[in-house]
Ligand binder design. Structure first.
Ligand SMILES: Cc1cc2nc3c(=O)[nH]c(=O)nc-3n(C[C@H](O)[C@H](O)[C@H](O)COP(=O)(O)O)c2cc1C
Length: 212
């Protein structure tokens, strides 16, 4: 194969925010925002909660498309409901977003059904890990990079750091809570350079006497 996911900014270990497009056997199309974890150059995995149409369609067909977009309206509308029919393109056994900056086709290798033990949001929920292999990438907009929430969480913490000497104790407590949440998120989703930068920022905050 002549591509790797790095060509659209997807690196091993990182988790990205993308739009999955799927179809059921009857050809009904669905779009939804779903995270994508990159395992290596070609292997990806998704953790999808039971009850979603995306998971149902993936089980039915064994194939899905991961669309890269940074359009907030696409994320919002595909979460609140579905995209409009004319925003999809059907091509044989796949469906993708007409306005995707890039997209790739993923072939399902295995699906593991699981149940959450302790979680920061939903204890006891049922979900599946979908292991898949990317087989073809189409780049419509050169330079497209998949969204990773890690850099945004880091920037939030960095802005807070720049204000740390001018805030009162109540505000400092609030900043500490925010820092810890950003640290948790970065640990789960970020690429290595962001994890490194966050570690360094934590040390600097500790040097300033902030209790983390
Ligand atoms: C940015 C973003 C990322 C999301 N990632 C996931 C995910 O990784 N797994 C999941 O089960 N739901 C995720 N969701 C929630 C699903 O999008 C939501 O459950 C949706 O209603 C599923 O739609 P569907 O029934 O069309 O599949 C995410 C939502 C947002 C906004």
């Amino acid at each position: 194969m002549s591509f790797s996911l790095e060509s659209i900014g997807i690196k091993a270990g990182g988790k990205y925010e993308t739009i999955y497009t799927t179809m059921n056997k009857a050809g009904e199309m669905d779009a939804a925002p779903i995270g994508l974890k990159c395992v290596d150059d070609y292997a990806v995995l998704a953790r999808i909660f039971e009850g979603s149409k995306t998971l149902e369609n993936i089980r039915e067909t064994g194939i899905f498309v991961v669309n890269i977009s940074n359009d907030p309206s696409v994320f919002a509308r595909s979460l609140y409901g579905n995209l409009e029919e004319n925003e999809f393109v059907k091509d044989d056994d796949i469906v993708y977003m007409k306005n995707a900056d890039a997209y790739f086709i993923a072939l399902v290798k295995s699906i593991e059904d699981k149940e959450i033990g302790k979680d920061h949001v939903n204890d006891g929920a049922k979900f599946s890990i979908v292991n898949a292999e990317s087989i073809k990438i189409i780049i419509n907009k050169p330079g497209t990079k998949a969204l990773n929430r890690g850099i945004f969480a880091f920037l939030e913490s960095l802005v807070d750091y720049s204000r740390i000497d001018i805030i009162d104790d109540d505000k400092k407590d609030e900043y500490i809570k925010k820092f810890k949440e950003n640290e948790r998120l970065i640990d789960v989703v970020a690429e290595d350079d962001v994890k490194e930068a966050m570690k360094d920022l934590k040390e600097r905050l500790i040097e300033k006497g902030v209790e983390l």
